[in-house]
Structures are given as structure tokens and as C-alpha cells.
Design a protein around this ligand. Sequence first.
Ligand code: HPA
Length: 252
Amino acid sequence: MIGIIGGSGAYAIPDMQVIRENSIKTTFGNPSAKLLFGQLGESNIIFLPRHGSGHKIPPHAINYRANIRALYDCGAQCIISLNAVGAISAELKAPDLCIPEQLIDYTYGRDHTFFDGSNGVVEHIDFTHPYDENVRQALLLAASKLNLRFRGNGVYAVTQGPRLESASEVNRLERDGADIVGMTGMPEAALARELGIPYASICIIVNPAAGRSQEPITMSAILEHLDNGVANALTVIRSALPILSRHQLAKH
Ligand code: HPA
């Protein structure tokens, strides 16, 4: 089964055939919403909207541990994450897609690990390559067959939010090597790695990052691009699912 975590604008998958819902509770608390089990095309999926059903939970208040643990407990063999982001790199424009290959974590104060020492065990996961290359390649192959603008690499800077950045902060992120900026990529990716679940992200560009355009960043400008971007990302995911199954990352 393939887990899909929806971000802003992706609170359901329109053509998913939902077979059942599960309000699972984990040892880390409740996930953001009920998990939806069903089929997308021929593939079995579990869908979880990160911000709750409707946009209720802000990025810093999401229970990332409960979300990842719930998907693990329900048998997700890999996870595809959707994330709305701002563009730092000048070549990226809304509603392009970006499938990042690296990230930098600027978040703080989030429950960010399952290995918090409470069980007396010290663990350090390898996070050299934060995204699973097989899942990434499936998304890249799917995207390359479609007629849409996407970038198949890039560095995702994950900020704390909920406010957007200052122009100088974005300049700093660029000097650090970041191409896109968003608020939800971490600690999700690390938590999936801690549990050994292959994880990759498909990012939807919804605005130029702060200071990268003359216009202020408004929610209405973001929402203008969100629907198209989410629809494109779901099209990529739909055609990536059979590829993932062939990789044995998601058995039926
Ligand atoms: N910054 C941080 N998070 C975001 C942005 C942004 O510009 N756009 C969408 N999520």
C-alpha cells in the first residue's frame, strides 16, 4: 500500500475510491485526520491530509509523529508527500512542480524524532539523502511523460512558519543553496526514515518567495495557483503508482 500525505489544497483525492476510513490512534497521539483507505486506479492507497480535513492545523502544530506512525501501523510501504512551497530559484514559477532531492531543516520546537531516548536506546539514522531515490525516480519518470513544467531536483528549505519569510531570510536560504521554501517538509521526511519507510516529496510552487517579486504574497494569490498545482501533482502521482508497484515498493 502506498501512503499519500496531502498538503495545502489537497484534502481529498477526487477520483479515489474510498473503501474504508480509520480513526486510528497511535502511541504519539492522533493523526491530523481519519486515514482513508481505497484505490487510485489499480493501486491500493492510504490518504492522509496533513492539515486535517479542510485547512485546520498550521504547519508548526501538526502531529508529524502521529501521522507517520499511523501510516506505518496501517502498512504503508512507501509515502508520497505533497507540499506547497514558494520559489527561491528564478527559473521556478507557479504552478510548476519540483521533486526535491535535498532539504535543509530550519524548523524548531516540533516533536521531530521517534528516537527521543525514552526507551534507553540511542539511534542516529543516515539522512545523507533525505528522500528515497526509488520513489523520487518513479515520480520523475511519471512527470517526464506528462506535458507539464517540473524540476527533478532542488533543495527544499523547511521553515518554521506560520509566517512567511523576510526578503533577507530568503536571500540567506538562497546562499545556503535552497531552491524552494515551505513549512511542512520536516520533520516528516526524517520520521519516515526513522521507521524505514521510503519517502519522497512532490512540491507545488504557489508563489515567488518573499522579495522575489514586487507583489506582496497574499493568500488569494497562493490559492490561485494551488488548485492547478495540486491537480498536476495528483496526475503525476497517478502515473507513478504503477511504477512504484513494479519497483516492489508497494505490493498490491
Ligand atoms: N514560504 C514558506 N512556506 C510557503 C511559501 C513560502 O513562500 N509558500 C507556500 N508555503
